[in-house]
Ligand binder design. Structure first.
Ligand SMILES: [Zn+2]
Length: 421
């Protein structure tokens, strides 16, 4: 279900903390996290198996299991052993221990997904966002849908473990705000504290490219790959980078703003105020501009929206020459830029995702050719490039963030699951 992330993260936090000595409560917590991790990595396991795997006594495992069952985080399954032996009992994570909410706020839409902790979808809604909406109006619309999700969860008797909101731009996870959106122009938009007061559940905020990388790291084809670049391509352009199994966040948590690095002397002013940023060549607005310049007929609407995207995708599917020529040119620029990232971080997997992933999939060979042509040969051999047509990576990353917070601080023995991150 998930990759083994929590224990690494726990030790990382401990190593950075002022307090360096581990006490009894730390050891107990690590044992609890270890049991949960074993179950999420391996599925159903017996008490005896857990005891052997973790090198803990049967009595310790029994105590932990009792606490986790009282908190409804795990459940027992009875299975019939072959022959005349007694029925066995296996332990498993309880998918209905509670629910989680993932939210993505983009320039033109908001989506909200309610799942159980097994990531089984209970309810979802995609809401179009009027382009004239500012930050306050967008957040209020999102909050209304979150309130509805919480009602639906409560009707099912599921308490909510947390909400994670993905945003594009410089997201301050500790302060719980969007510090600056280079494309939207939004600045210092607070969310975490207000929503925690309003909804009384832990709220996390995450950069959408980081969320995509977390989703790719925990789920799907490239699950558990320790050196991975996830490039999110939409109106904005940013990367989430895993190096040696850890997401690179940087000093302020803003790492990955690769779309605002200089790429071409095109004299085009970017939303960030600079000229020639990579996003001004391959972002959604740039592709829209290039399609119009190539005399491709597009629906008449603001270039920042995505109504034109399906139309272009359909034209690419029927091999429209003008459309494919533009996409291939953009694909080459995408590959050339990716080569710089590959040489900087030396990943084994590169995923291109985001709102434009499905469109750019049409020219995946061109992207790969340009990437391999630019990368040092000895680094090129091992690169696995994938252009993702799924827009689920971000929301899966949000759900993984909420679940990881549960794993870091399991709500057992009267302890709260409120998170500080
Ligand atoms: Zn820029």
């Amino acid at each position: 279900m998930f990759s083994d992330f929590s224990i690494k993260k726990y030790f990382l936090v401990k190593e950075n903390a002022v307090k360096q000595r581990y006490d009894q409560s730390d050891i107990r917590r690590l044992n609890v996290i270890s049991v949960l991790n074993q179950l999420r990595l391996n599925g159903a396991m017996s008490r005896a198996n857990l005891s052997v795997r973790l090198g803990l006594t049967r009595a310790t495992i029994s105590n932990i299991v009792t606490d986790l069952m009282q908190a409804s985080l795990i459940s027992e399954t009875v299975y019939a052993e072959g022959g005349a032996g007694r029925p066995g009992i296996l332990l498993n994570l309880n998918p209905d221990a509670g629910c989680m909410i993932a939210v993505e706020i983009d320039l033109d839409r908001i989506w909200v997904v309610l799942t159980n902790v097994g990531q089984g979808c209970i309810w979802r809604e995609d809401v179009s966002l009027p382009l004239e909406y500012g930050a306050d109006e967008s957040l209020e619309l999102a909050a209304g849908r979150v309130a509805r999700a919480l009602e639906i969860g409560a009707l099912r008797g599921l308490s909510c473990f947390g909400i994670c909101v993905a945003w594009s731009g410089l997201v301050d996870g500790i302060g719980g705000q969007l510090a600056y959106g280079p494309i939207s122009g939004w600045e210092q938009v607070a969310l975490k504290r207000d929503w925690e007061l309003r909804f009384e559940v832990p709220v996390h905020v995450e950069n959408e490219a980081h969320a995509g990388a977390i989703g790719a790291y925990h789920f799907g084809l490239n699950r558990g790959v320790d050196n991975l670049i996830y490039l999110s391509l939409g109106v904005g352009l940013a990367a989430g980078v895993f190096v040696n199994g850890a997401l690179m966040r940087g000093d302020q948590g803003y790492a990955g703003q690769v779309g605002h690095t200089f790429f071409a002397a095109n004299q085009i002013t970017c939303g960030c105020g600079k000229e020639g940023c990579w996003v001004t060549e391959i972002g959604a607005t740039a592709i829209h501009r290039k399609l119009l310049a190539a005399n491709v007929i597009l629906p008449v609407e603001a270039s920042v929206g995505f109504d034109w995207l399906e139309c272009v995708h359909e034209q690419a599917l029927v091999h429209d020459a003008k459309v494919l020529q533009v996409l291939k040119a953009v694909g080459r620029q995408l590959g050339e830029g990716l080569a710089r990232l590959v040489q900087t971080f030396n990943p084994s997997v590169v995923i291109v995702g985001g709102r434009l992933g499905k469109l750019m999939q049409r020219v995946e060979p061109t992207i790969k050719e340009a990437l391999l042509a630019e990368v040092l040969p000895c680094m090129a051999e091992r690169i696995d490039l994938r252009v993702s047509d799924s827009d689920e990576d971000q929301r899966m990353g949000c759900l993984a963030t909420v679940y990881d917070a549960i794993m870091q601080n399991p709500p057992i023995g009267g302890e709260t699951h409120r998170s500080d991150s």
